[in-house]
Design a binder for this molecule. Sequence first.
Ligand code: G3I
Length: 460
Amino acid sequence: MIGPFVALATFVSVVHAQPAVDLLIDHGFPSTGTLNLNTVLAAVTAKKGTFHFGSTYDTFDADQSWFDGIFTTFYRHVVAENGCKWDATEPSQGVSSLTECLGAQSFANQFSNTFRGHNTFWHSQTPSWLPGSFSASQVVGTIIPQHVQAEIQGMGASVTSWDVVNEVVGDGVSAGMTSLQCVQNKGDWPTVTKDGSGVPLVTDLSFIFAAFKTAFQFAGANTRLAVNDYNTGGAEAKTACVINLIKSIQANTTIPFNRLAVGFQSHLSASTGGFDSKSALASTFSTLSALGVSAMITEMDIEVNANATPNLRYQAAIWGDYLDACLYASNCFEFINWDPRDDLSWRGSAAAATLFDTNGNPKPAAYEVAARLQNFANGGAEPCATASGTSVCKITVTGSSTVGSTTTASSTTTSASSPPTGCVSAQFAQCGGVGWTGCALCAAGTTCQVLNPYFSQCLT
Ligand code: G3I
C-alpha cells in the first residue's frame, strides 16, 4: 500500500519552469516567412571585423538538397560533425585519409561558406589502432604530433579555427585544481590506459602541449587554436579549469595568446539550470578578452522539455542571449549551432534542440537569432538577458530589418526595465550596454554604436 504522501508524489510530474519571455520578434522583427541572413551577416562582419555563423555538415548527411539551400541562405560557416575526427582521418596509423574532412570543406567552398576544424585530438571516436599499447613517449612524441600535422597541413591555412583538443577536462573538477589535476580528473586516455585499469600513462600535460605546438607550426597564420569543452561558459569549476589550461598551454608553448581560443560547446536545455546566465557568460568572455584569447560558441543546441510554444520561446530567448553575449563581446567571432535541423540532431528529434524543425522550417529561435543579428547590425544597444523572463527583462525596439522577406520598421532600445520614455541621448552620450537603463535613443544624425559589452555611444 503506498502512503498518501508517496501516492501524491508518484502523480506529481516535474514541471520545468518556463518563464514568460520578451523577444525581439515580439517587437517588429520577422517571426514568420523565409529567412535570409546573407545581408545581415555581412553587416555584422563589417561591424565586428569578422563573424562566422554556421552549423555542422557531413558528406553522408541525409537530404543534401536541404543542406545546399540552408547553407546558402542561413548558415554560412561549416564544421564537419564527424568527418574530421581521428577515426575518419587516420584509420590506419600514419595513413592520413582526409576524404570526409575535405568533403565537408569542399561543401563549404561550394557555397562560399567558411570552415572550422573539429578536432585534432579527442579520446573518443579514435581509430581502431588506438589506444594500442603505445608508451607515453610514443603518444606524446609521435602519435599525436604526426596526426595533428597531417590533418592541419592537409586541410590548409584557410581553416578559421581548430579544436586542437576536445573535452580534455574532467566533469568532477573543483575550484582550485591545477591544470594537470583538471585533466587527470577526466580519467581517460592518454592520462590513463584505456583498459579501464586506471593505470597512469601520460602523467603530465605534455600530450596537450605537443598537440598545440604542432598545430601552431602547421596551421594558417590567422587560424585560432582552441580548447573545446562542454558544461562550461559560466562560473563552473570546469570553466576555470579550461581558462587555466589555456594559460598553461601559452606558458609551455609560447604560442601567443591571440592565437588561442576557448570553444564553449553549449549543449544546453531550456530549463532552470540548463544554461549559463548571460552575465556569467559575458564575464567569462571578458576574462578571456583580458588575456587576448578568443571565445567561441562551438556546438550550440538547446533541448526543450516539450515542443510547445512557451518552451520554444524560452529556447529562443536562451539562444538569443548566447548570441548577444558573443556579438557584443570584443573577442567572439564564431557561433556554431550543432546539427542544423531537429531530425538530424544527435539529441534526437524529440529534443527539438536545433533552429529548424523536422520539416526544415525555421522555429522561433531561428527568427530570434536573425533578429539579434539584425539588432547588432543596426547598432542597437545590447538587449538585456531575455531568458531571465519578463519580470527582469523587457525590450522596446526600433530599427530596420533585412533578414525577412519584408522590411520591418523597428529599432532597439533595451534595458532591465523600460527606459525613460521620450528621452534622447546627445552625441557622444551613452545609449546602451549591459545593465544600462538610461536613454537608448540617439539625437538626430547619430546612431547608438556598441563600443564594448558595457558601453554604447551616440556617434555619427
Ligand atoms: O559512420 C558510421 C556508420 O558507418 C555506421 O553504419 C553507423 C551505425 O553504427 O555509425 C556511424 O558512425 C556514427 C557517427 O556519429 C557518424 O554518424 C557513430 O556511430 C556515432 O556515435 C557518431 O555520433 C557522433 C558523436 O559525436 C560521437 O560521440 C554525433 O554524430 C556527433 O554529433 C557527436 O558530436 C559531439 C562532438 O564531436 C563533440 N562534442 C559533443 C558532441 C555530441 O556528442
